[in-house]
Design a protein around this ligand. Structure first.
Ligand code: FES
Length: 159
């Protein structure tokens, strides 16, 4: 549920600003972030971008490591279905994300903390909307408090 602006300001003044690790595909979402920069499209500064050559390069273990090392959220940005430079990389991502989401759910990590979005190179405004929306939702959830630090993935997800 979206929080009101006043509530969000209150949370911000309470000091919590979420840290979100963003894995962006080199060919699309990373370029959208670049375009946002050159076009002065501003979005929340809470994301730390890691460039990958394809969303399919994002090993599920990377996501668990990010959460284990203090990320409050993880965002994966990839090319739209049919546009992946490596043919099927993003379909692989989609399959992995579905399995990983179940694992994260079992670990008590809320759905809003983990997101996969297709954002092309020309979609700077969409990038802004996605990032701002995710930051708002994670901010409303508060800091991630893992009871158990993830170390290794179950085999069905790691494959
Ligand atoms: S090259 Fe962008 S998702 Fe595969």
């Amino acid at each position: 549920m979206a929080e009101s602006k006043a509530e969000l300001v209150q949370m911000t003044t309470n000091g919590f600003e979420p840290k979100i690790v963003a894995f962006f595909c080199n060919w699309c979402t990373y370029l959208a972030a670049d375009l946002a920069g050159t076009s002065r499209v501003k979005y929340a500064p809470n994301i730390r971008v890691i460039r990958t050559m394809c969303s399919g390069r994002v090993d599920p273990q990377f996501v668990l490591d990010a959460f284990a090392r203090g990320a409050d959220g993880v965002l994966i940005g990839g090319c739209h279905p049919g546009d992946c430079h490596y043919q099927e990389g993003n379909y692989k991502t989609l399959r992995r994300v579905r399995m990983l989401r179940r694992v994260l759910h079992d670990m008590g990590i809320e759905d809003a903390r983990f997101r996969l979005e297709w954002i092309s190179a020309s979609e700077a405004e969409r990038l802004k909307a996605v990032v701002n929306d995710m930051v708002e939702k994670v901010r409303a959830l508060g800091p991630l408090q893992l009871k158990v630090k993830p170390e290794h993935l179950p085999e069905e997800v790691a494959a």
